[in-house]
Design a protein around this ligand. Structure first.
Ligand code: SAM
Length: 288
C-alpha cells in the first residue's frame, strides 16, 4: 500500500512544514526578481478533510484545526497570518475547515505572475488529481517522476532564485540516506537556493545520525528546526518532526525560535513537548 497523504493532511507536521514554507516564500517575494519553487514529493495539492480517510485518523483536528481556533500572541499571529489566511481562503473565509491545501497549493497561492512552480508526484493516483488541480495554470508544471530524478532534472532553475521542498513519504528503509544525498545534489546544482527537507522523528538515534551526516556534507548554511509534541518512540505514532533548511532567509532562525515553543505548547501531548532551532552548519543564532 502506497503512502497517502490524505490520512495526515493538516496534522502538526504539515502545520510546521507549511508555515515555514510560507515564511520562506514570503521572503523570496521581497525582491522583484522571479523565483521558482520545486516540490519533489508534492502529493495531490488539496485534501478533503471531510473524506473518510481524513476522518479516520482525525489528525488535522489536532493540527490545523487546533491552530485555527487558538488565539496566539500578536507577534506569532503576524508570523502565521499568511499561512492561516490562505487556509481560511481555501475554505471560503469561514471558520469551518473542510479543505486543506498541500505544499504545491500553498506555494502557488504565494506566487506572483512572474514566478513558477514545478510540482512532482511519482504515484499516478496522487499525480492525477495534482495535474487536474493545475491543468489550466501556465505558471505550474506538473511532473510524475521519481522525486530524486526530478531533483536532478529541474535544478538549477532558469531564474537562479528559488525554493526546493523535499518531502518524501518515509515508507521505505533508507529514506534518511536518500534525503541526505538529495540535499547534496540540490546544493551541487543550486548552491544559492533555499532547500527545505522534511523528516519524521520516531527513532531519535536515526535522526541524530542523519543530522551528523548532513552537517558533514560541508554545506555552509544549514538550519535545523524540530517540533516535539511529545516523546517519540520508534514504534509509536508520529509525535515529532523536523526540517533542515539550506540557506534559510535572514532572521528565519529568530522567528522560528519564537514560533516553535508556541506550537510545541499548543500541540503538547506530554512533557516531551518542545521546539528546537539550531544551526547544523554556518551562522550563529540571530535574535529577534
Ligand atoms: N509535500 C506534500 C504536502 O506537504 O502537502 C505531501 C507529500 S507526502 C509526505 C509524500 C508524497 O510523495 C506522497 O504523495 C507520495 O505518493 C509521494 N511519493 C512517494 N514516493 C515518491 C517518489 N519516489 N518520488 C516522488 N514522489 C513520491
Amino acid at each position: 500500500m502506497n503512502y497517502r497523504h490524505i490520512y495526515h493532511a493538516g496534522n502538526f507536521a504539515d502545520v510546521l512544514k507549511h508555515a515555514v514554507l510560507t515564511l520562506v516564500v514570503g521572503h523570496m517575494r521581497r525582491k522583484e526578481a522571479p523565483f521558482r519553487i520545486v516540490d519533489t514529493h508534492a502529493g495531490t495539492g488539496l485534501y478533503d478533510l471531510a473524506s473518510g480517510e481524513a476522518e479516520r485518523t482525525g489528525e488535522w483536528r489536532d493540527g490545523i484545526g487546533r491552530l485555527l481556533s487558538a488565539a496566539p500572541p500578536v507577534e506569532i499571529a503576524a508570523m502565521l497570518a499568511p499561512y492561516l489566511d490562505m487556509v481560511r481562503a481555501e475554505n471560503g473565509g469561514g471558520e469551518r475547515i473542510l479543505r486543506y491545501p498541500g505544499s504545491p497549493l500553498v506555494a502557488r497561492r504565494l506566487m506572483r505572475p512572474v514566478d513558477r512552480l514545478v510540482a512532482n508526484e511519482a504515484h499516478p493516483e496522487e499525480a492525477a488529481p495534482l495535474a487536474a488541480l493545475f491543468a489550466k495554470d501556465r505558471q505550474v508544471k506538473v511532473l510524475s517522476l521519481d522525486g530524486w530524478t526530478a531533483l536532478k532534472a529541474v535544478l538549477p532553475p532558469r531564474e537562479r532564485r528559488g525554493v526546493v521542498l523535499i518531502d518524501p513519504p518515509f515508507e521505505e528503509p533508507g529514506e534518511f540516506e536518500r534525503l541526505c544525498d538529495g540535499l547534496a545534489t540540490a546544493y551541487r546544482r543550486f548552491a544559492t537556493g533555499t532547500v527545505i527537507l522534511w523528516y519524521p522523528i520516531k527513532d531519535v538515534g536515526a535522526v541524530s545520525a542523519f543530522s551528523r551526516d548532513v552537517a558533514a556534507l560541508g554545506i555552509p548554511k544549514l538550519l535545523s528546526v524540530e517540533l516535539f509534541t511529545g516523546t517519540p518512540r520508534p514504534d509509536g505514532p508520529l509525535v515529532a518532526t523536523g526540517l533542515v533548511i539550506l540557506n534559510p532567509p535572514f532572521m528565519l532562525d529568530a522567528k522560528l525560535a519564537t514560533l516553535l515553543p508556541y506550537l510545541a505548547a499548543l500541540f503538547a501531548r506530554d512533557e516531551g513537548a518542545e521546539g528546537r532551532v539550531a544551526w547544523l552548519a554556518g551562522e550563529r543564532m540571530t535574535s529577534a
